[in-house]
Design a protein around this ligand. Sequence first.
Ligand SMILES: [Zn+2]
Length: 97
Amino acid sequence: MGIEDGAGLLAVSTMLPGPSPEEGVKTTLSLKQWLLGVWHWPKYRLLGRCWAQGCGRLMVLHSPWALYDCSRTPLAITLTDAGMARVVIAEAEDLIA
Ligand SMILES: [Zn+2]
């Protein structure tokens, strides 16, 4: 990944949810982790498939309205009981930390 790539990614980083280091907000991520996130987020956003029930299109093929629609549709995946237990444990650990 060259410098040109990085500059291109920074242009889309304004779409990132959450605070960015430029705003002087303290983040628990190291710069390397943050850069990895900046790289993976658009990758998921553009190349990932939609998880909404009955959709399954590439994220990049969604119009803003379709995206709005899909984000309010139940996911076409379900958690098993074991998976749900893990989520509860992970959330509890988050509260303690
Ligand atoms: Zn969709």
